[in-house]
Design a protein around this ligand. Structure first.
Ligand code: F0G
Length: 476
């Protein structure tokens, strides 16, 4: 890092321990992943230079959206005033961000809402929300002079890191649970030239090992425990609000796995609120898959009146030892950033819940029928919103945004199995035994095999139109 650059960044930001009893602060150019004093998670704290009027922030960011300069065109670096980097930092970018916010009328009706918007983070360069964080983390890796960047992953972090490391010409190693991640994600990492390490065990085991590996000085860890990842991902809050013409939605709903995304969005909204850019907060809600829902279990037990202020002990969250879900991206039993994300949920008045495999699969198919599509983990959002509307914890008239985290093509096997009725989830019987059960999705759309004649095709189309009419009520 150049001396001038270091100085500017150091004046504006520091790395702080999130534990209220510790609160230790470290320089921005220290290679840290947790607090050396107490082991707590670290977060970046920014000191804005001079007082800026809220309208000025918005005007800067709006103006840059029309610019072709890569720093302005990136949906992350456009918001550089709220990032812990100097203006002239050599950024590693693939033009991330700028993802669409779609109206989704069918998904809205399915949930019982008047309207629903889908913020599609799967439209990032490598097909997932990870890119918005990776551009910042790999930029920091370069500034720190790291030679090798590493992560443990259920697939998307790995694919994203592999791409950004390739752009920065850094060695990249990814650690994934063997046989448990989608082949599409694995294919990406291989193509981008990463050293792919498949290991025994699950994501939580991989996470433990990679933290040990990154104690080595030449290696830089970019899982979401890395506070610079969170900084990049938090800019999605600003982009979303800009797309809502700065009218704050009532609810923002995200899937939860390792809890980096929810932590980042929460940080983004809270900082924009503190800067005066928005004058109220959306309620941030996290949805997990039933078989991998440690934070939802904890949330259900919290006394919400007192816990908004009481610090949570490290063992408050009971890890799920054998997490299970077909949404492999969020098959995580011991989420690293749970304290940060729970803090954001409590600060905004949101909630944490879990949904079943069948609910995820059907919600995913409905999102597809809006012409949007996503990967299974993303569909927990729509499934969760449907539950919350039914329970009157979200009202039909409220404005709701679901954040879709990954692209439909990230997990094509899941999609094909759903539509061919071959998607099976583990089922635990009363006697404790476990069997596989078909999910019997409600919106299956399997391909038909026909003779290659005009008559056969026309006949089939007319049958399909009749069936769609009969199916209408289910969807509309
Ligand atoms: N959705 C998708 C598509 C994901 O890939 C992930 C996490 C999540 C949701 C959950 O986000 O961890 O920030 O709470 N994927 C990580 C990975 C764990 O390795 O790709 P989170």
């Amino acid at each position: 890092m150049g001396e001038g650059t270091t100085k500017i960044a150091a004046e504006r930001a520091s790395q702080c321990c999130i534990e209220p009893a510790c609160g230790a602060s470290y320089a921005i150019d220290e290679r840290l992943y947790s607090c050396p004093r107490c082991g707590g998670l670290l977060e970046i704290v920014l000191r804005p230079g001079s007082q800026v009027a809220p309208q000025a922030w918005r005007a800067w960011w709006e103006a840059r959206a029309a610019s072709c300069d890569p720093r302005d065109a990136s949906g992350v670096w456009r918001y550089r005033e709220v990032l812990p980097f100097a203006d002239d930092a050599p950024i590693v970018t693939l033009g991330e961000g700028n993802t669409p916010l779609y109206d989704a009328p069918r998904s809205a009706r399915y949930c019982g809402l008047r309207a629903l918007q889908l913020k599609h983070q799967g439209c990032n360069p490598t097909g997932s929300f990870k890119d918005t964080g990776m551009t910042a983390a790999v930029t920091q890796a370069v500034l720190l002079g790291a030679r090798t960047v590493v992560c443990a992953s259920t697939g998307n972090t790995a694919a994203s890191l592999a791409a950004y490391a390739a752009r920065a010409q850094l060695q990249c190693a990814i650690l994934v649970p063997g046989g448990q991640i989608s082949s599409a994600k694995l294919a990406q990492s291989m193509d981008y030239g990463a050293v792919v390490l498949e290991m025994e065990g699950n994501f939580d085991d991989a996470m433990r090992v990679i933290r040990e590996v990154s104690e080595d000085d030449s290696i830089y860890l970019v899982n979401s425990i890395n506070p610079f990842r969170i900084e990049g991902q938090k800019t999605v809050a600003a982009e979303l609000l800009r797309q809502c013409t700065w009218r704050v939605p009532d609810h923002v709903v995200v899937p939860g796995g390792n809890m980096g995304n929810s932590a980042a969005l929460g940080k983004g909204f809270l900082e924009l609120f503190e800067l005066g850019v928005i004058n109220r907060l959306p309620k941030l809600t996290i949805v997990q898959a039933e078989g991998a829902a440690p934070l939802a279990h904890l949330f259900a037990k919290l006394d919400l009146k007192s816990s908004a202020h009481a610090p949570l002990s490290n063992d408050a969250l009971v890890p799920v030892e054998h997490p299970e879900t077909l949404a492999t991206a969020i098959k995580i039993g011991s989420p690293v950033s749970w304290k940060k994300s729970l803090r954001a949920v409590l600060a905004t008045g949101g909630q944490v819940l879990s949904v079943s495999e069948r609910e995820i699969a059907d919600a995913k198919a409905v999102i597809g029928r809006d012409g949007v599509g996503c990967e299974p983990a993303s569909a927990t959002t729509v499934a969760g919103i449907k539950r919350l509307v039914a329970a009157r914890r979200i009202e039909a008239e409220e404005s709701v945004v679901a954040v879709l985290t990954g692209h439909l093509l990230k997990d094509p096997d899941y999609v094909i199995h759903y539509h061919r009725n071959m998607l099976c989830a583990p089922h635990h019987s009363a006697d404790g035994s476990q069997q596989e059960r078909s999910l019997n999705g409600a919106f299956r759309n399997p391909p038909a095999r026909l003779q290659a004649t005009k008559a056969a095709i026309l006949d089939h189309l007319s049958h399909a139109a009749e069936e769609a009419k009969a199916d209408g009520p289910k969807l509309d």
